[in-house]
Write a protein that binds this ligand. Structure first.
Ligand code: SF4
Length: 264
């Protein structure tokens, strides 16, 4: 192989090393930064290029959005419209846009892939099997997310360590080699009580379903209210085993699933 042919690989390795070093430094900085607004400022100052914030419109993400508005930071805010949201979630989106005087970019799944999925599995086909469910999440969430993050230098989320066992070690910042960006979790160390207090003090629009037993709100057919004492994510895909109950947005499960001959 010629030296020229090796260059992109070398450049990728260099970018990854630089990204990892940046993430380590940012992780320390965020841990030592007390307020959420200051953490958003720190992220914006440390990273050049586009920083994207993917909001599910849940209370955690609403808190992060408030801090972004408070900081006046240039952050690309978007949400994934899976086509299966609760009406309350869409009302929350509208209330949020009015509260902050800005439109939030709405990313839709690819029409062709969605039609192929429904043609293969039916409208509620995600209950047929784990594979069908993961395919649905892949088409409606993971692929649109990847499209929205393309070219971004950073990706802000509202993940918290308390949310589930699988999220217990979420760092403030880490380099995601698959996406080629720094993933940022500025409220990783917050408790639910801290999030609720922050939302109440700042009059942040909150999805009314949270008050009806929905601590984690996803698509309507795949989310139910939880009972007292249940895990906060027990209402998500409740017919599945506890292990691995993620949609793939944060753990990238298999994505090369063939639908009518196409891979997505
Ligand atoms: S949460 Fe349910 S409806 Fe939404 S994308 Fe995943 S499987 Fe499909």
């Amino acid at each position: 192989m010629s030296q020229h042919a090796r260059e992109p690989e070398h450049a990728d390795a260099t970018n990854q090393k630089a990204g990892e070093a940046l993430a380590v430094a940012l992780d320390r900085t965020l841990a030592a930064t007390p307020t959420l607004t200051a953490r958003i400022h720190a992220v914006r100052e440390a990273l050049g290029g586009r920083i994207a914030f993917s909001s599910s419109l849940g209370i955690e993400d609403q808190a992060v959005l408030h801090a972004i508005a408070d900081a006046g930071a240039d952050i690309d805010v978007f949400t994934l419209d899976t086509g299966r949201h609760f009406a309350e979630t869409l009302e929350t989106l509208d209330a949020t846009e009015r509260r902050y005087g800005r439109l939030i970019r709405v990313i839709a799944p690819a029409a062709e892939a969605t039609e192929a999925l429904v043609a293969r599995d039916g409208v509620l086909g995600f209950r047929l099997s784990l594979e069908s469910r993961r395919t649905c999440c892949d088409v409606r969430k993971v692929q649109p997310l990847k499209r929205a993050l393309e070219g971004a230098a950073g990706w802000i989320t509202g993940l918290r360590r308390e949310q589930s066992a699988g999220r217990a070690t979420v760092p403030f910042a880490a380099y995601d080699a698959t996406l080629g960006l720094v993933k940022l979790n500025p409220i990783a160390d917050w408790s639910l009580a801290a999030v609720e207090d922050y939302a109440a003090r700042n009059e942040i629009p909150v999805n009314p379903l949270h008050a009806k037993g929905f601590p984690s709100i996803g698509c309507a057919p795949c989310t139910r209210a939880i009972k007292p004492g249940e895990d906060v994510r027990a209402g998500r895909w409740w017919w599945e085993q506890e292990d691995g109950k993620e949609c793939g947005l944060h753990n990238s499960p298999k994505t090369d699933i063939a639908i009518n001959g196409a891979t997505r």
